[in-house]
Design a protein around this ligand. Structure first.
Ligand SMILES: [Zn+2]
Length: 162
């Protein structure tokens, strides 16, 4: 017996374009505590380097980024993490469900702080990824093969300027 699966996206929140510098504002002690709790809840030992990266990742609301983005943003941190450390930390965070991995057709992997189901627009001209607004979300009905279930549906709509 096939079971139909109707996929509806959750609420989307607008992404902020806040930079790392803005996360280093007056509320840092509170933000630090929240970030530390987030890591501990996911079973991550909050080392200084993981905390530095987690602050840069989660300190400014939902966002999409690559390892390279984070590398450039974290150059001002004392003992700035190496690119290899950033790659490892991102893949660890994704494995633990703190981040969602989004693979495009090129070799680059994007990360999303919003881990629930939602669809994306990819702007090819500017190399930017953003959430598809709620009112544009398509409803997709999938009948998975017998003995399987739909674990996730990833939709990336690639856009070009006209
Ligand atoms: Zn997203």
């Amino acid at each position: 017996m096939y079971q139909n699966y109707v996929y509806r996206c959750g609420q989307t929140r607008p992404h902020t374009s806040a930079t790392l510098m803005q996360t280093r504002a007056a509320h840092q002690p509170v933000a630090d505590l929240l970030v530390r709790r987030k890591l501990e809840a996911a079973g991550v030992r909050p080392t200084r380097q993981r905390l530095d990266l987690a602050r840069a990742i989660f300190g400014s609301g939902d966002r999409h980024f690559t390892a390279e983005t984070l590398y450039h943003e974290t150059r001002t941190i004392y003992l700035a993490p190496a690119l290899g450390t950033i790659y490892n930390t991102l893949s660890e965070f994704a494995r633990l469900g703190l981040l969602r991995e989004i693979a495009l057709y090129d070799a680059k992997v994007w990360y999303d702080t919003k881990t629930g189901p939602h669809f994306h627009f990819y702007f090819e001209d500017t190399d930017e990824l953003s959430d598809m607004p709620d009112h544009q979300l398509p409803e997709i009905e999938i009948t998975p093969p017998e003995g399987t279930r739909v674990a996730a549906i990833d939709v990336i709509v690639r856009l070009k300027k006209v």
